[in-house]
Design a binder for this molecule. Sequence first.
Ligand code: AMP
Length: 104
Amino acid sequence: MDKCIFCQIVDKEIPASVVYENESCIVFRDVNPKEKTHLLVVPKKHIRTIDDLSDDDDMLMGAMMLCARNVAKLIDLDGYRLQVNVGEGGGQEVYHVHMHLLAK
Ligand code: AMP
């Protein structure tokens, strides 16, 4: 099976504008921003959708939230929205779990 685009970014096989990274997640700028600040918080582990999470992924989901908080502090946002699209009906385009971090 072909490696997904976000796994290729995680593995530095294709470029991205990375603003934050730690052992579990990477955060980079959305290539097609919908707001002034539009980042994607992406776990390094490949999981297709929120529906594919296993019970063991609870720590990883917490790590994504903390990552969003850290990066918001780092770039000095005074408020932001977090959004996760799930599946076709939820408007998901890239099938590797990710969270949008949006701010005006
Ligand atoms: P979603 O609809 O939740 O799956 O969102 C996927 C997002 O990934 C979209 O906002 C795209 O603009 C963004 N995207 C797709 N490919 C890339 C890429 N190579 N680098 C940065 N963002 C990307």
